[in-house]
Each structure stands twice: as C-alpha cells, then as structure tokens.
Design a protein around this ligand. Structure first.
Ligand SMILES: [Zn+2]
Length: 453
C-alpha cells in the first residue's frame, strides 16, 4: 500500500474518535485480524458527483466489506472506516464535481482499518449503501452527502406555471438520460451518451423556451444520476404536459443508424431491438446506483400505470409527431414508433416519449453527436414535433389553445389525406375544404392547414 506523504494526514480528532468507539468494537477488530487480512478488500477507484441536493462519493472495491460512517463538526468532516481494507490507488478528488467535498485524506488508524476522511464546506446528512457488481463496475460503496442548507428549495424542480393561470404555457420536461455513475452507451471514440444527451437536452430547452406558449424544464442539468422514477416524478412535480427522455444508445451492429422514437408498452415490445433497448435502459438504475427505498417506490408506480389509457393515447400521438419531424430532418432508424417496457416512461399522468437521437455505436453518428450543429438540428426537429402535437391537441387553458390559428401539417412520404384527417380527428371533407383540394392527391412537402374545431 502506497500513501503519498501529503495525503497521509489523519488529524488528532479523527484518531480520537476511533478510540472513543466502544472497547467491544476494538476487541472484534483484534479477533478478526487474521481472516480480515486474508480477505482484505482493495479500494481501486474513487469518483464524486454533485447534484442540486447531494454529493455522491463512490469507492470501488474488489469485494464487499463492512464499514463505519460518521460525521464530525468543527470543521465539518465525514469519516469512513473500511474494515480489513487497503488502498490500491491514490484517491484524487475531481474538484469540478466535488459538491460539498473540499478535500479527501486517508490513512490507517490501525493495522486493519482504512480510514477515508472527506473535508466538507458544510454540515451534511448521510446515506450509504453497497452495490453488487454491475456492468463495468465491481463492488461499490456509495456515500450520499445531503446538504442541510437550502434543501427544500433545491429538492425539486419548482412548478413552473400555476395551472390555474389563464393562457398558461405548456410545460415540457426534458430528461437527459443516464448521468453520473451511469455513462450510458460509450462509442468507439469514447464519447459518452450521458454527455452528448445533456448537450442535446440543453439545446432542446433553448429551442422550446423560444416558442411562444411553451416552456421547458430539465430533469438534470449536470453530470449526476437520477433514478428512473425520480425523473418522471420531477416531471409530475413541475406539472409537465409532456415528458421527453433523450438518449443515444448503442447496438452491436455498428452499421445501424438513424433516430427513433419510443413509447411505453406494458405488454411486450414492438421488436426484439426495442425489447433489448428497454432492458438496457432499465438497467440504468443498477449502474447509476439506486437504494432499496427507491426500488420499493418504483414497484408501486408500475401497478399504477396500467389503466392510464388517455396518457398512452397522448404519448402515441406526440411520438408520431416527433418521429414525423425527425423523418424530415434526417435519417430515421424505423418508419414507425417503437414500443417497449421502458421504466422511465411509466408516469401515470404525463404523456411520455423516449427519443433515441442517433446510434453512438455508429462511427459516423458518434462523431455527429458531438457536433453542435447536429445537437441543434435534433433539438429543432424534436421541438417541431412537440409543437405539432400541442397545436393539434392543446391542453385546455393554455396559450396555445387560445391562440392557435389552425395547425399546419407538412405532408411526409407515406401520408394519405385520410390518414391525416383521422390523425387530427377531423373529417376528410373539412380537410379538403380548408385546403381547396378536390381529389385525394397530395404531394410530399406540401403544407396543409388543419382546421380547428
Ligand atoms: Zn440511453
């Protein structure tokens, strides 16, 4: 075990705390000394992530181990004692993501204990848990440090509009997939899904906010993980009219490319590809690190969603509009909206869609995903689809409901007049009259006026 001199600093206080632990505990240490050494857990990695309410510190371990965790004041610190553990790598603090943590020190208060001390800039509440090996990770010890200051204020996205306000904006919750411990899919050039989808999400928020009558909120605006259920809960708390989750996943065949749109299906997937995709998205919570409490809540919401047909119908409509707009903007993977059992789309009362903007596994698309021009193109295309949806089905009481002049539809390949009429729930003759059409022939790219009822 190698310690750097400057980091091997355990203050007198920290050592005293160990001494004040009960004699029984110390006795147990001694008894277990031999076996513990034989099975010493090695700490092989250390990461930190900060979100608006907490800082998450993660230690990689080569095996599960027991640990003690406590806080000290004056100055504020958190102490982690890992029993029978040693250090494989120096613990370097990534200051950009360190949140309340200002420094990390470590050492061995006794032969059999690895002590890690986090110096903090404020008092925190603690929550910790061990995770079993998942995906690229071995065992992990996760320590969440909750800010005590400003907790109420930051703990949720505040409701952006009072829904009783006449002519309110429609609210769109934008969810950048993955984040923090969960990098999402990784491209050949090491592009991480969590980074590019956050950039697209921010562009999408900008594009939506620039529309009259529309307003966007982000579920995450930084590099940290939010449990899948937490994402749509944020949308519900913001009283969102729509939830859009943004992704850029991988497929084993590198030639596969194009964007796609998915909705929830509790009963089977539209294709094997959709099923695999949903499985990998749902595994996000294991990688990102979710505690047992979060999982319990999730189960309840699964039961709740099964009878929400209105939400599902709206989800289908908006997904079709976004896909239509993506088709006009570039290559799509499939010509229809995909369905699978995506956990993140299980909001019982907020229409929800998941957009795979491109395949990070496709070398050309991986490159494009990192380019601002492509990120903005995706954002504009999604915004157009969202706008099409709200102009045809505006929630009552919104600015759009009061001000739309009749929506417009740009004819896409495969559109029929009858199909368009039924999609906007109007009669074929009204659609013909509004557009001065005699027959059924329409041309791709023509803009049709959709009469309002
Ligand atoms: Zn994803």
């Amino acid at each position: 075990m190698i310690f750097r001199e400057k980091q091997f600093i355990i203050s007198k206080d920290d050592t005293e705390v160990l001494e004040t632990l009960s004699k029984n505990v110390v006795f147990v240490f001694l008894l277990l000394l031999a076996p513990l050494q034989a099975f010493a857990a090695e700490v092989s990695g250390f990461r930190v992530w900060a979100d608006p309410v907490k800082t998450r510190a993660v230690l990689d371990l080569d095996r599960s181990t027991s640990y003690k965790l406590f806080t000290l004041q004056n100055p504020h610190r958190v102490v982690v004692d890992l029993q029978g553990s040693s250090l494989d790598v120096p613990l370097e603090l990534d200051k950009a993501h360190a949140g309340v943590i200002t420094g990390v020190r470590y050492g061995q208060p006794d032969k059999n204990t690895l002590r890690v001390v986090f110096d903090l800039n404020e008092d925190v509440g603690l929550k910790s848990f061990l995770l079993d090996p998942t995906a690229q990770y071995s065992h992990r010890l996760v320590i969440d440090l909750f800010k005590k200051s400003g907790r109420q204020r930051a703990s949720m996205i505040k409701q952006v509009t009072d829904i009783s306000t006449p002519n309110r904006d429609v609210v769109i919750a934008i969810d950048a997939g993955h984040g923090g411990e969960d990098p999402g899919a990784i491209g050949k050039r090491r592009t991480r899904e969590k980074d590019v989808v956050l950039r697209i999400a921010r562009e999408l928020k900008k594009a939506i906010d620039s529309e009259t009558g529309m307003q966007a909120v982000l579920t995450r605006d930084g590099d940290y993980y939010i449990p899948l259920r937490g994402r749509y809960e944020k949308a519900r708390k913001a009283r969102a009219d729509l939830f859009v989750s943004i992704h850029a996943d991988a497929f084993r065949k590198r030639s596969v490319r194009g964007s796609s749109v998915f909705v929830l299906s509790a009963r089977g997937a539209s294709s094997e590809f959709a099923r695999l995709l949903a499985d990998s998205e749902n595994a996000s919570d294991l990688v990102g690190g979710v505690t047992l409490n979060d999982k319990g809540d999730m189960l309840a919401s699964v039961l709740l969603d099964l009878s929400q047909s209105a939400t599902r119908e709206a989800s289908n409509k908006v997904a079709a509009d976004i896909l239509g707009s993506l088709k006009r903007a570039g290559k799509t993977h499939k010509s229809y909206v995909g369905r699978a059992n995506f956990m993140v789309l299980k909001s019982p009362d907020v229409p929800s869609v998941l957009v795979e903007t491109a395949f990070i596994s496709n070398p050309g698309e991986e490159k494009r995903l990192t380019e601002k021009e492509f990120q903005q193109r995706m954002a504009r295309a999604i915004t157009r689809g969202v706008r099409d949806y709200f102009y045809t089905s505006p929630p009552p009481g919104t600015w759009i409901a009061a001000n739309r002049q009749g929506a417009r539809h740009i004819v896409a390949r495969g559109d029929t007049l009858g199909g368009i009429a039924s999609r906007y729930s109007i009669s074929l003759s009204r659609l013909r009259t509004a557009n001065k059409l005699n027959g059924d022939i329409i041309y791709v790219g023509r803009e049709l006026i959709i009469p309002t009822s």
